[in-house]
Design a protein around this ligand. Structure first.
Ligand SMILES: Nc1nc2c(c(=O)[nH]1)N[C@H]1C(S)=C(S)[C@@H](COP(=O)(O)OP(=O)(O)OC[C@H]3O[C@@H](n4cnc5c(N)ncnc54)[C@H](O)[C@@H]3O)O[C@H]1N2
Ligand code: MOO
Length: 634
């Protein structure tokens, strides 16, 4: 099949409007209602206002254990003039008992004296209604208990049953089917090799749909075959929502849009939204059809932007997307023609809420795992400034923004272990965004983080970190907390196929490197080693290719896009690369002294001092923990 090279992109808001109108057009807003037992209605959506059938309580009752009396007859009673009430003038009641007329108040048993002749003595006057639960005190018949569109949960069930609603009318759950497509998609790890991906989107989307009130089926993974796809679309024509994963962009096998064009209604193929651009929206028979891009982050944005509103409409759920204002800690630029939804974490630093973006790659799964939610960058934003405020939408249920320690600067594999310990013991976490040691120190100065992670070698003093920090902070303003000494060096493929032993080999053999970004400790060290040997950047192929982490440097070697990269021994060993050692370095955390009273920072310092984050089961090769937890004054 020839590649299709055209597509008219739409504004995402217009596309959503068309789609929701289509849900109405096929009469599925909502899809219908059913009566079910209230006891089983948790999580369901009320299809209409539900009113109280009976009052709650529906008879006057005693609020206390004691004696029901006639208030009028007690008006002379006081501590100084106790009143004897004969046994035919009261009735004994327990909490919740019916209180018959003419009794109109209850005296608590502990406020009376019981006499041998069966009478009681009371010591204060009672007023009508005292300790009586009145009819309809909680709910009166006809009062609205649950609104149409409201989700029924614990207290709704309690209130509905208290008001005589044994059964309730709820909206039916939309029936959704997920069709994962692609010859390269498999559900067995045995087949995972070149050109095969495990179907991690399908089961995850299934859970998303269930969380959003759908009944879900998943088909087997379908091949890129137009007849088979067609057959499954017919098979599920009774379903309310058909989601097809993959095959939405311009690939050879991207049949999805054309099937819809021929057999149903193609409302949109492609929107000015990133990620999620190649989404396909339409209907077929009486089902809404949404073609999700195969890349996971694009899938996630489409689920949030298009699928969720469709499900809410079908299940009749009234939902409001709460947006929070955030500042972006470093300038971001959106692509000129598209609205961007950027994944990231949020954290409060010095009472200001900051957004720390994660990778914008559409295929990234880890960014979905780590993101608290998304920040909306309207199209055409050029280099946002820190003063500007942007809309942030939580995707996660848990808001950890005030429980976050923001570590900017360099990156170290120990940080996730530290974060996991802090989470388990204190529900704290580390938010880290690798920006390079120097940039971390500047961010600390600018109040954009709590901690700067740094490993900067100063060639003049041959000292680590302090000379750099003193360029930005006064003496005595900060401390350095030692995390570990790390072995730095060169990483090459297993077996060292190019026989690299020193930097000169890179030049003489014309090898490709991948560099770290300017201001990164590893970059500073490389430049120092190069200047010692008189090697110029122009002599090294790939000197301008920058990556932001040790992992990214190592994976460039694994993916054969570089022959040599620079970083720490641990990563090389961890990923099965060979390593040529250079130098041991100090990896330290710089903290402002005026932050030392923050309980979060104290918890971090205590943990590092205790060294209990060092997982004995892991081999931290190239790490020296002898001075871990030591503090240096800057
Ligand atoms: N020449 C162009 N190429 C691409 C464009 C473009 O405009 N021009 N758009 C890119 C964008 S944007 C996106 S997003 C992706 C989406 O691609 P498709 O929707 O066509 O998805 P596939 O090609 O079928 O799959 C891509 C990729 O996704 C992964 N995948 C797919 N299904 C699953 C699954 N069930 N579980 C896990 N992973 C899955 C897999 O890595 C596939 O290789 O297209 C760009 N290309
Ligand atoms: O939709 Mo794609 O996700 O923009 O990369």
């Amino acid at each position: 099949m020839a590649r299709k090279l055209y597509r008219k992109l739409m504004d995402p808001k217009d596309a959503l409007e068309l789609l929701l109108n289509e849900v109405k057009f096929i009469n599925k807003s909502p899809i219908g209602s059913e009566e079910i037992k209230t006891a089983n209605a948790g999580g369901r959506i009320a299809s209409k206002n539900i009113t109280a059938k009976i009052a709650c309580p529906n008879f006057q009752s005693s609020a206390m254990d004691g004696y029901a009396l006639i208030a009028k007859s007690t008006k002379e009673a006081s501590v100084h003039s106790p009143l004897k009430v004969n046994k035919n003038e009261f009735i004994e009641v327990d909490t919740g008992d019916y209180v018959p007329y003419p009794f109109d108040c209850v005296v608590m048993v502990e406020k009376t004296k019981q006499n041998s002749d069966g009478s009681i003595t009371i010591f204060e006057a009672m007023h009508p209604g005292e300790n009586i639960r009145l009819i309809g005190e909680d709910f009166n018949p006809g009062e609205i208990v649950v609104y149409e569109g409201q989700e029924i949960s614990t207290f709704e069930i309690m209130s509905l049953l208290a008001t005589g609603n044994d059964v309730v009318s709820v909206n039916k759950k939309p029936k959704a089917v997920i069709i994962a497509t692609g010859d390269e998609i498999t559900d067995s790890y045995e087949n995972i090799d070149k050109n095969m991906y495990f179907n991690f989107n399908g089961p995850a989307i299934s859970y998303f749909l269930k969380e959003n009130k759908a009944l879900v089926e998943e088909t087997p993974i379908l091949p890129d075959n137009i007849e088979v796809l067609q057959e499954y679309l017919n098979k599920y024509s009774e379903f309310d929502l058909i989601l097809m994963i993959g095959g939405s962009s311009f690939g050879r096998d991207d049949y999805t849009a054309s099937i819809l064009e021929k057999n149903g209604k193609l409302l949109a193929h492609g929107v000015y939204l990133r990620p999620g651009k190649p989404v396909i929206l339409g209907s077929i028979n009486k089902s809404i059809f949404i073609g999700l891009p195969g890349y996971s982050a694009a899938c996630a944005v489409v689920l949030d932007y298009f699928v969720k509103p469709v499900l809410n409409m079908m299940s009749g759920k009234v939902e409001f997307t709460k947006k929070f204002p955030v500042s972006i800690y470093k300038p971001l630029t959106s692509s000129s023609g598209e609205e961007e939804r950027i994944r990231g974490q949020v954290a409060k630093v010095k009472s200001k809420m900051y957004f720390y973006p994660l990778t914008r790659s559409s295929s990234s799964v880890s960014s979905l795992l780590y993101a608290d939610g998304i920040c909306i960058l309207e199209k055409g934003i050029q280099g946002s400034s820190e003063q500007e405020s942007f809309d942030f939408i939580f995707w996660k249920k848990e808001d950890l923004s005030e429980n976050s320690i923001v570590v900017l600067g360099s990156n170290d594999p120990l940080l996730p272990y530290i974060s996991s310990k802090l989470y388990k013991d204190f529900k704290l976490r580390i938010v880290s965004s690798p920006s390079g040691s120097l940039s971390g120190i500047v961010s600390l100065k600018d109040g954009l983080c709590h901690v700067a992670a740094t490993h900067l070698f100063d060639s003049e003093t041959e000292e680590y970190n302090i000379p750099y920090i003193l360029k930005y902070f006064d003496k005595g303003d900060t401390i350095l907390l030692m995390l570990a000494y790390r072995q730095q060096g060169m990483m090459v493929k297993k077996g060292n196929p190019f026989n690299v032993n020193c930097l000169e080999d890179i030049v003489s053999k014309g090898l490709r490197i991948v560099n770290r970004q300017k201001g990164a400790g590893t970059r500073v060290l490389l430049d120092f080693e190069m200047s010692k040997l008189g090697i110029k950047p122009s002599q090294i192929l790939g000197y301008e290719n920058e990556v932001f982490t040790h992992y990214a440097a190592a994976t460039s070697i694994l993916s054969s896009v570089a022959d040599v990269a620079f970083g720490i021994q641990y990563i090389a060993d961890f990923l099965g690369l060979d390593f040529i050692p250079w130098k041991k370095e100090n990896f330290e955390l710089c903290i402002c002294k005026d932050n030392l009273s923050d309980p979060k920072i104290l918890a971090l310092i205590d943990l590092i001092k205790s060294k209990s984050f060092i997982d004995k089961n892991l081999n931290f090769s190239g790490y020296d923990f002898s001075d871990t937890g030591k503090i240096r004054e800057v």
